[in-house]
Each structure stands twice: as structure tokens, then as C-alpha cells.
Design a protein around this ligand. Structure first.
Ligand code: C2E
Ligand code: CA
Ligand code: CA
Length: 911
């Protein structure tokens, strides 16, 4: 723990960091990133039809020209390195232009340079060469003809657009990079500050400990050992000793101290030959890189010393002892701080010894102790406990607390917290008049003259406090918008609710959610979405009464608290928020309108705990959305409880999908095949061959839910995709196991929502499921339902055709109800049409239903599709359908959907 070195090392590291930053973000690209930039540039050139090279701010190439090398050679005949250099200087040194275009000797060849970077520094210059397809020129000016057979050619207008595009793209890139590295730099700086502070506190603490040895009753040797031990532990020095020299050339070692595990320097401690670095009247410091003569070096090497500091301990003006600290493990170069710290500590040791040896010459002892304490960085004073008289205050104390000294307020300010029996300790003191924070270390000791005193050392920790506050602030702010974040919202809300309750006032909480923010993000890109969020944040946090209580909860959701003291402005605040959204936001060169929906709750009227209030405001917000967006709804207990349920459902569903997909359990309902339908047997013979996979949700917090309760919402939220993938996977795994038992060739039907069909990777997912389970494609039937309207019919149809091409069978589910885009059955190759349950309900009595089923069977025959009837509950229904020639029959008459184990028991193992 070489804390003393840390600040210096860090400062070095910092200046190194900022030094190389001057080169610009692109100038220091790693080789891998350079390669990436080159690849990007190659693609860009191919798309745009230009020849491009990137240089750093000093004109040094970062990339090579992109394009055909033969063509580049020809271009470079006219666009020489000198010309590139000149145009590069022109744009990078001028304050006015960051773009320049020049003509060349070839009539249709233009050379352009685009400088990108911040206000104070050019990061990169792009050299762009374009061969115009539509150049207008005066032939008499040019010796050479235009070039018109090169790979990359471009029209004049597109060329200028290309320059703009290049600049804009890279500006954004650099901005992003700059804000990222700024954030990194800030956090590094804070870390360094913290480290430095901790180290200086630690240092002061050790110093105080050493000072308090003044009071020790132990023998002088023990005191020496303790001083050395504290000193060495703190500075991480391996060995130390004190010695006394006698007869000029011999020495006795008094105390030896070593770090645990390090061997001692001397095995014999008496009458040792004096080392050359001892015996002087001045201190000497030898670092590992210090020069010395061979004899000196040899002695040090023999002792295994890599670096050392030796100091005389002066008593009565003469060196009485020597203290020596050595580093024997690794090379070490002493810092000024190290030496100063050692010197101060040894001075204190000297006072202690003086106090012991010369009890009658107090004066000199005082003098030397005071000299040391004066030089210690902190403020120290000593007060007689008996009389209360101030015996001593060091220079720093007198300087910093002269006012307190004259007002005689020391006890009240700094000693008020000392427990009466405590010998030593420390605590924090807030000095209100100065708005400062101090750490007070106190010890009760016997002073040099033997009387009991309290010694207080005071450290200014205001910086550290402010730093802590800043860190707290950071933890409570949203990085993107600068608003407070969710954590801060919860903390503040608790405070405001408390306040409202105790004062009998009212406050309000508003939950604001942007309408269709996703569209802005999708159509303009994320950076504009971010800008919009920032603009909105600025607009709402400017409104009087809520300037300090706007929070971003995440995504496009905000919370605004109207504190009790601003509640009288409530109507105005709502009005101003509405106004903010009534005017357009300027993004990407044009105006965009973005509306919002907001839910309002009042506290304590609607609740007095934070989570309840946030939830209720969320419910109210959802009401506002439900009734058509762009409006504000206030919470009332009459709000449709379904809204509340829906929010619960949504939250739990997200959680279940991300952490506990196994909560979604797959049940199986057998599907029976009617042999007669295909005209094989004379007598109809129904046999079982497959099952439909039907999902259920065993939610930990909501209980057992049937698909009708959550599948529609899952589809609406797009969450049906992960759930459906899970069902598909499980179903395929089961089917594989059934087939492996050798008990038949099972087919599994899995429901697929059109939302899933719209996913880009749906084909891969299906293919993987088949391959992983070794399933034949014809063993899988996908039942497609169309509860939601399809918005890209062409694409949906194409995907369905692609699935069909894989050899998988397709069923159109719920035929006869719902949307009908897919029902243009002729256009799609469905293998099975599943007639909706509705038509079976009254099959026995209702002629219409019978006719419908019969016509379905006929139609099925003519288009080559099988008909499946589900929801068959009675024997009668079954017999009617059988006689009509329906191919597949499914329903409670045979079995309800069963848990996997029950299904296997009945239909796989015991057929
Ligand atoms: P569906 O695809 O029409 O599934 C048939 C539904 O009819 C099942 O309801 C089944 O339990 C029920 N049923 C079967 N025979 C009878 C009967 O004789 N009488 C009556 N009254 N009902 C019968 P379930 O399991 O509640 O599923 C409801 C719907 O949820 C399904 O309708 C399907 O559209 C959807 N669903 C279920 N699992 C999934 C899935 O994994 N993915 C997707 N996208 N949707 C699913
Ligand atoms: Ca189905
Ligand atoms: Ca159905």
C-alpha cells in the first residue's frame, strides 16, 4: 500500500492521458479499429462512387485510398501528396471553412477535403476525389480529356451531398466518442481525488498515533519499536532499526523491526562494525538508483539493502542514536513525501526520548516537540484537562482558527463529543458558521511536563464531504437527460408524502409517457430520439413549481412530483406541460409533434406509500392511453380494475420471460385421425396420431392462467415471440421422445401467432428446433392464428410459403372467425383448415352449422386440404362429423388438454 506514491503516479498517468488526447480521437486508433475504419470507408466509397482517404489532424494518413489501385495511381498523378497536404492545411487551419473543393488538371476530377472535429481541435480530414459524370467545363482551359471509364463516378450534386453525409456521420461519431471519454475522464479524476484524500487522512492518522506515544508508559525500546513499526507499515518499508555508536567504529543495535516474513538485517546485535551511512550528523537517503562508490555499494549489498534512509536522533544537540529504515525486497526510489514523513516521525521519537532522558530540561523538549507539531499538516492544539487552559496550538491551528481561539470556543466546537472516559478516538464535526466539516482526532495523554492534557488534531474534510455529495448526486441523475432518476424519485416522493401528511397539505404525482415515441426512434434514429428526450426534459423542468422534481423513470417515461408547497399552482403546471407538447419539437431540420399521455394521483388522498402511488399513477396513465392517447387522466378508485390487472400482467410477464420461462407450461390435447375420411377403410376407424401443444402460465404471483387470459396481451406487446419459441422448443422435444419410444409416428401441432411470423429469424428458429430434435418436417404442424391484423401481408405470405417449402404442414386456425386476411385460402397452401369451435356447439340441432361444416369438407377436398374440427364434446357431434368425412377431430369428448405426464401415460405408453 504505497499510498504516498499514488497521487504522484496518478498525476503522471493523468497528464499522459490528456497529452495523447491532443492527438485527436482518430489519431490514436488501435490497429483493429483502423482496419474497421478502412472497411467502412471502402464500403462507403463503393456506395457513393468516390475515392476517399482519411488523414488525422496533422495530415498523417489513417486509411489508404479506397478503390481500384490502378485507378488510384492515375488519380494520384493529379492529386499529388503536396496538393493533399495543402488542401488539408486549408481546412484544418482555417476558422472559416471546414470544407474545400478544388479543381484539377482533369476537367471532371474534383478534389475535396472535409475537416471533422470539435470546436477546438480537428480530429480528421477526409480527402474525397470525385469524377463527375455531368461536369460542365470550358475545353480551352484543359489539356487533358475527362476521365469517364473509372469504376467510381458521381454526379456533381451527389458529390456535394456525399461530402455533407461524411461530415455529419463522423461528427456524430466523434461527439459520441468525446462524451464517452469525457465521462471516463471525470470518473477517473474522482477516483484519483478520493485516493489522494484517503491517503492524506491516513497519513495524519498515523502521525497522531505516533504523537500519542508521548504518553506511553512502556520502556524506550518498546516506544522505538512502535514508532518504527507504524512508520514502516504505513510507508511499506521492509526493515528498520535503531542503534547506538560506541568507540567510534562499533555499534549496538537497540531495536530491529521487519515486515512479517522478511529476514532481520543483523543476527548479532552488539559490537557490529558501523555502516558507512551511519554516524553522520545529517540524514541520508539512498534510493535504488543512487550512485555510490564500490566499497559503499558492497556493504549495502552485503546487507541485502536496496534502498535506505538513515537519520540521527539528536539529544542535547548531539546524535545519541541513529534510526535507519531499509527496503530489502525490491528497488525503491524515495519521494519527498516519504522523507518528510520519516523525518517528522523521527523528530517525534526524538521528543519522546528527550522527555524521558531529560525530565529536567523541559524547555528543549517543548521546543523540539512544538517544532514538529508546527510542521505537521493538520491543526493541533493541547489543552490542560484540569484547568482548561490552552497549553499549545500549532501554527496551522493558529492560522485557521484564530477567531475560535479568541472567542474561546474550542471545547464547545471540538471537544463536545468526546466521551468522558475515552482515552482516544475520532469523530466528525460540522462547523456551521464556516460551512465546513472537520474530522477531530483526540487523545488524552500526559504532556511533556507530566500533566494530563487533551490533544486534538483537526482535519478539514469539507472537500471529501462535497465529493461524497457529488457522488450521491451522480447516483441520482439520469445520464441522458440530466433529470433525476427513478431511485431519486422514490426517495423524494417519500419525503414529500411525509411532509404532506404532517402539514395536512396535498401534493400530486404525475406519470407521463410519450405516445408512439418508438416511431420517432425508428424513423429518425436513436440519436434524434435522445435529443427529443433531452428537449422534453428541459421543457418540463423549466416549469415553475416543479423545477426540482422532474424524473426520468427510463425509456420514454417521466414522473413529475408537484410538491405540497407548489400545489396551489397545480392547474397552471398541468397547463404548461400541455403547452410544451402542443408545440412541435425541432428535430433533424423539421418540426415533429410528439404527444403524451399522463396519469395523475394526489397524495396523501390516493395513498401514502411510494410504490402504491407510482402504481396508481401508472394505472391512470394507462387509462389515458386506453381512451385514445394524448390526454390526462386522474386516478380514481373506480378506474376499471382491468387496467390494474393488465399492468400486473404486463410486469409479471416481462419478468417471467426474462427469468422464469419455465413458468410457461405446455399441455397436450390429443388430435384424432378419421381413417374413413380418406376412403381407406369401409368402416370408419378413428385412431390417435398427434397432439396440439397448448400453453398455460403458472405465474408465481398471479397463479395459474389460461392462454385466453394472457396470449392476446402477449401478442399486443410482442412478447408472444419468446413464449411461442419456448412452446415450440418444448413441443418438438416431447414429440421426439414419443417417437423414440417406438410407439408410433406422432405429429405435434404448435400454435404460431402472426406476430411470430413477422420476426426475421423465424425460419432459423423452426429449422433449429427440427434439427436439434431430429424431427421430420412432416411431424410438425404449425397452426397459424390471426388475432391481430397483419400489416405487411406480402411479407407474411412469403414467410408462410418459405415454411411450407421446408416440408412443414400448415394449419389455418379458427377458420370462420376473426380477421380474414389469411382466409384468402386459395392464395396460401394450407394443409389443414381448423374450423372454429363455434360451429360445433349446436351441430346436432343447427342446420346452418351442419351445412357450413359439410361445405368446408367439400371445399377441403377440392383444394386438397384436410378439415379439422375442434371443440367436439359429445358422442353425437362426433358421429355426425365422422359421417361427413371430417379428417381430424379434437375435443373434450376424447380428452381435455393434459399435462405432459398424463398425456404420455395415456397416449404414448399405453395405447
Ligand atoms: P385454439 O388454438 O383454438 O386452441 C383450442 C382451444 O380450444 C384450447 O383452449 C382448448 O383447450 C380448447 N378446447 C379444445 N377442445 C375443446 C372442447 O371440446 N370444448 C371446449 N369448450 N374447448 C375445447 P386453450 O388451451 O384455452 O387455448 C386458447 C387459445 O390460446 C388457443 O386457441 C390458441 O389460440 C391460444 N394458444 C394456446 N397456446 C398457444 C401458444 O403456444 N401460442 C399461441 N400463439 N397461441 C396459443
Ligand atoms: Ca390451435
Ligand atoms: Ca382454434
Amino acid at each position: 500500500m504505497r499510498d504516498t506514491k499514488a497521487p504522484a503516479e496518478l498525476m503522471q498517468a493523468q497528464s499522459k492521458g490528456s497529452g495523447s488526447k491532443e492527438m485527436g480521437a482518430l489519431g490514436q486508433l488501435a490497429p483493429k479499429n483502423r482496419q474497421e475504419l478502412q472497411t467502412w470507408q471502402d464500403m462507403f466509397c463503393e456506395m457513393a462512387g468516390v475515392y476517399v482517404q482519411c488523414l488525422d489532424g496533422d495530415g498523417v494518413p489513417i486509411t489508404e485510398f479506397s478503390g481500384n489501385s490502378h485507378e488510384i495511381d492515375i488519380i494520384q498523378k493529379y492529386v499529388t501528396p503536396i496538393r493533399i497536404h495543402n488542401i488539408c492545411m486549408r481546412v484544418s487551419e482555417s476558422d472559416l471553412e471546414d470544407q474545400a473543393v478544388e479543381i484539377t488538371e482533369i476537367p471532371n476530377l474534383r478534389l475535396a477535403a472535409v475537416a471533422v472535429g470539435g470546436a477546438d481541435r480537428i480530429e480528421a480530414v477526409w480527402i474525397v476525389c470525385g469524377l463527375f459524370t455531368d461536369a460542365q467545363y470550358d475545353q480551352s482551359f484543359y489539356h487533358y480529356p475527362p476521365i469517364d471509364n473509372f469504376q467510381y463516378q458521381i454526379s456533381e450534386s451527389k458529390f456535394y451531398k456525399t461530402l455533407d453525409l461524411l461530415r455529419e456521420t463522423l461528427d456524430i461519431l466523434i461527439k459520441v466518442e468525446a462524451s464517452r471519454s469525457k465521462a471516463v475522464a471525470i470518473s477517473e479524476e474522482s477516483k484519483a481525488q478520493e485516493k489522494e484524500m484517503t491517503s492524506s487522512f491516513h497519513r495524519a492518522e498515523i502521525m497522531t498515533e505516533i504523537v500519542s506515544l508521548l504518553d506511553s508508559d512502556e520502556g524506550i525500546e518498546e516506544v522505538m519499536a512502535q514508532v518504527l513499526s507504524r512508520l514502516c507499515s504505513y510507508l511499506q518499508i521492509s526493515n528498520a532499526f535503531t542503534c547506538k555508536i560506541h568507540h567510534g567504529t562499533l555499534m549496538d543495535i537497540i531495536v530491529q523491526w521487519t515486515q512479517p516474513g522478511v529476514p532481520k538485517l543483523f543476527s548479532n546485535t552488539t559490537d557490529q562494525e558501523v555502516c558507512w551511512f551511519l554516524g553522520r550528523s545529517k540524514a541520508i537517503a539512498i534510493s535504488s538508483d543512487t550512485q555510490m562508490n564500490a566499497g559503499e555499494r558492497e556493504q549495502i549489498d552485503n546487507l541485502g539493502i536496496k534502498a535506505l534512509v538513515a537519520m540521527p536522533i539528536m539529544i542535547g544537540g548531539n546524535p545519541a542514536f541513529y534510526a535507519c529504515l531499509t527496503e530489502n525486497r525490491e528497488n525503491r526510489v524515495w519521494s519527498i513525501d516519504d522523507i518528510k514523513f520519516i523525518n517528522d516521525s523521527i523528530r517525534i521519537l526524538q521528543s519522546i526520548i528527550t522527555k524521558r532522558l531529560q525530565t529536567n530540561s523541559l524547555a528543549s523538549s517543548f521546543a523540539s516537540l512544538e517544532a514538529v507539531l508546527d510542521n505537521v499538516g493538520s491543526s493541533i492544539y493541547v489543552r490542560d484537562i484540569g484547568t482548561g487552559i490552552l497549553l499549545f496550538a500549532n501554527r496551522s491551528f493558529k492560522k485557521n482558527f484564530s477567531k475560535e481561539l479568541t472567542e474561546n470556543r474550542l471545547v464547545e466546537l471540538f471537544e463536545g463529543n468526546i466521551p468522558s472516559r475515552s482515552h482516544s478516538g475520532n469523530y466528525e464535526v460540522h462547523h456551521r458558521d464556516r460551512e465546513k466539516w472537520y474530522d477531530v482526532y483526540y487523545t488524552r495523554i500526559k504532556w511533556v511536563d507530566g500533566r494530563p492534557v487533551s490533544l486534538c488534531a483537526i482535519y478539514d474534510i469539507t472537500e471529501k464531504k462535497l465529493y461524497q455529495k457529488r457522488m450521491e448526486q451522480q447516483a441520482y441523475t439520469d445520464f441522458l437527460t440530466g433529470l433525476f432518476n427513478r431511485m431519486c424519485c422514490e426517495k423524494d416522493l417519500a419525503k414529500y408524502v411525509d411532509e404532506a401528511r404532517t402539514t395536512g397539505k396535498t401534493g400530486a404525482l404525475m406519470y407521463l409517457d410519450l405516445d408512439d415515441f418508438k416511431h420517432i426512434n425508428d424513423s429518425l434514429g436513436h440519436q434524434y430520439g435522445d435529443t427529443l428526450l433531452q428537449d422534453i426534459s428541459k421543457a418540463i423542468s423549466r416549469i415553475e413549481g416543479i423545477t426540482n422534481s422532474c424524473y426520468r423513470m427510463g425509456g420514454d417515461e417521466f414522473v413529475i412530483i408537484v410538491p405540497p408547497e407548489s400545489y396551489h399552482r397545480m392547474d397552471k403546471i398541468v397547463e404548461e406541460i400541455k403547452n410544451a407538447f402542443a408545440t412541435p419539437w425541432y428535430l433533424k431540420d423539421s418540426d415533429y409533434y410528439c404527444t403524451m399521455s399522463m396519469g395523475v394521483v394526489k397524495f396523501p388522498e390516493h395513498g401514502d406509500n411510494v410504490s402504491e402511488l407510482i402504481r396508481k399513477s401508472d394505472v391512470a396513465m394507462y387509462e389515458a392511453k386506453k381512451s385514445g392517447k394524448n390526454r390526462i387522466a386522474e386516478y380514481s378508485d373506480n378506474i376499471d380494475s382491468s387496467s390494474i390487472h393488465r399492468i400486473d400482467l404486463e410486469k409479471n410477464m416481462h419478468k417471467a420471460i426474462s427469468k422464469k420461462v419455465d413458468e410457461f407450461e405446455v399441455f397436450f390435447q390429443p388430435v384424432f385421425y378419421n381413417d374413413k375420411a380418406k376412403g381407406k377403410g369401409k368402416k370408419s376407424k378413428i385412431k390417435h396420431l398427434g397432439a396440439e401443444a397448448l400453453v398455460r402460465w403458472n405465474s408465481e404471483s398471479l397463479g395459474f392462467l389460461s392462454p385466453d387470459e394472457f396470449v392476446p396481451l402477449a401478442e399486443y406487446l410482442g412478447l408472444i415471440t419468446p413464449i411461442g419459441n419456448h412452446v415450440l422448443k418444448k413441443a418438438c422435444e416431447c414429440c421426439r421422445q414419443w417417437n423414440e419410444t417406438g410407439n408410433g409416428d406422432f405429429a405435434i401441432s404448435v400454435n404460431v401467432s402472426v406476430v411470430q411470423i413477422m420476426q426475421n429469424d423465424i425460419l432459423d428458429i423452426i429449422k433449429n428446433c427440427l434439427e436439434e430434435n431430429n424431427l421430420k418436417p412432416e411431424n410438425l404442424i404449425l397452426e397459424i392464428t390471426e388475432r391481430l391484423a397483419i400489416n405487411d401481408l406480402a411479407r407474411t405470405k412469403q414467410t408462410i410459403l418459405d415454411i411450407k417449402d421446408m416440408g412443414i404442414r400448415l394449419a389455418l386456425d379458427d377458420f370462420g372467425t376473426g380477421y380474414s386476411a389469411l382466409s384468402s385460402i386459395r392464395a396460401l397452401p394450407f394443409d389443414i383448415i381448423k374450423v372454429d369451435r363455434e360451429f360445433v356447439k349446436n351441430l346436432e340441432k343447427d342446420e346452418y352449422s351442419k351445412a357450413f361444416v359439410r361445405s368446408m369438407v367439400d371445399m377441403g377436398k377440392s383444394i386438397g386440404a384436410d378439415i379439422c374440427i375442434e371443440g367436439v364434446e359429445t358422442k353425437e357431434q362426433m358421429e355426425i362429423l365422422e359421417s361427413m368425412g371430417v379428417t381430424y377431430i379434437q375435443g373434450y369428448y376424447y380428452d381435455k388438454p393434459l399435462r405432459r405426464a398424463a398425456f404420455e401415460e395415456k397416449y404414448v405408453y399405453n395405447r
